[in-house]
Design a protein around this ligand. Structure first.
Ligand code: SF4
Ligand code: SF4
Length: 364
């Protein structure tokens, strides 16, 4: 499949934009659409999609970046574990620079902590197998896309009889935060561009209760410019017609039932729980915790540490960014104090973060 020619064709994009314009031409008021996926956020900034849309479509970014939505006390917990003697922290790269209350993993690394970047949770298991005299902690941060691989790593460690592999989990699920944001009168979301990779696991049917209960439009869409534009068009048509439903623009990847095998592995090791989202707070049934029978791999249970009381940077507006209430330009620290080199908040760190996207591609 040639993505450049097939999904970035400017003539087709112009046709889709024209169709969007015609669809919303007589729509009174502003239609608010929220994308809930970090890669959509990047694609929208990268291709300047926001600026191309009619003025009565407001496209806002939501809590779609797993690193950004991870609360500061998790970072503090990871920092406390990194300070523990005889401990190796393993993590995806983005977590390294996320600021905690008084430190970050990168600072701890500079002070002598052993922190290794891995590309898969199985890499962390391999590190544990090679370093049996040390405790190896994997930082499990992510949505349903990542969590099956963490579950697989825990099952592998169990099979190998490893006693020194642990996971510090902050696993989140969709679509609970989408339901939580829909009741916010300041936002008034009319339609969601649903997260694409997550949908490949949970399936398009997972959004039916959300749509039925809240009468909100929902479209699962891919990451290329034509995918996003078509997703916007499908949302606009639903909203104008008043017929809200779950539509799947990304059928080449997402199926109604999702990926049951991945979910089986996931739920073998994890169970649903309430979770805290940065900026949004506690949301019931929006997280995953390790089942008690896997407590031997739970860093919280096995490696108790004292964690400092959480203190957010007073000027950081990440919470408001993640709720879609402000854009990065509204944060007084954006570009001045807060930059990708010296991030103040998580939204400037992750490659999927809204502030990082705006910094890289500018206001469109
Ligand atoms: S993991 Fe995939 S679906 Fe989830 S936010 Fe990132 S890009 Fe979007
Ligand atoms: S610009 Fe920096 S400080 Fe401001 S909201 Fe974004 S990440 Fe937080």
């Amino acid at each position: 499949m040639n993505y450049t020619t097939e999904f970035r064709d400017p003539e087709l994009a112009a046709l889709q934009l024209e169709a969007i314009r015609r669809t919303v031409a007589n729509h009174s008021g502003v239609m608010t659409l929220m994308e809930v996926c970090g890669t959509h956020t990047m694609a929208i900034y990268q291709h300047g999609i926001r600026a191309l849309l009619p003025k009565n479509i407001r496209l806002i970014s939501g809590p779609g970046c797993p690193v950004c939505v991870t609360p500061i006390d998790y970072v503090d917990h990871a920092v406390a574990l990194a300070r523990r003697p005889n401990t190796i922290i393993t993590t995806f790269g983005d977590m390294l620079r996320v600021p905690g209350s008084s430190s970050s993993l990168m600072r701890e690394q500079a002070r002598g902590a052993t922190i290794k970047i891995v590309y898969s949770p199985l890499d962390a298991v391999a590190i544990a197998a090679k370093n049996r005299a040390q405790d190896v902690v994997f930082l499990g941060v992510g949505f349903e896309t990542t969590t099956p691989t963490v579950a697989g790593a825990i099952l592998t460690a169990a099979r190998q009889g490893l006693k020194n592999f642990f996971v510090l989990g902050s696993h989140k699920t969709m679509p609970a935060p989408m339901a939580a944001l829909i009741g916010d009168p300041q936002l008034q979301v009319d339609g969601y561009l649903c997260p694409a990779h997550v949908s490949a696991i949970i399936g398009s049917d997972a959004y039916l209760p959300l749509v039925n209960q809240y009468q909100v439009a929902a479209v699962i869409t891919g990451f290329e410019p034509l995918d996003v534009l078509q997703g916007v068009l499908m949302l606009a048509r639903q909203i104008v017609s008043g017929k809200m439903q779950v539509e799947n623009q990304y059928r080449r990847v997402v199926h109604p039932e999702g990926n049951p095998k991945a979910r089986d592995i996931l739920y073998q090791v994890f169970e649903p729980c309430a979770a805290r989202w940065r900026g949004i707070g506690d949301i019931p049934d929006s997280g995953l915790r390790m089942r008690p029978e896997y407590a031997a791999f739970n860093a919280v249970v096995q490696l108790p540490v004292e964690v400092e009381a959480p203190r957010e940077h007073p000027g950081c507006q990440c919470g408001e960014i993640l709720k879609g209430k402000i854009s990065p330009q509204d944060c007084p620290l954006f570009r001045t104090v807060c930059t990708p080199e010296e991030p103040v908040g998580a939204c400037m760190v992750s490659s999927e973060g809204t502030c990082a996207a705006e910094y890289k591609y500018g206001t469109d």
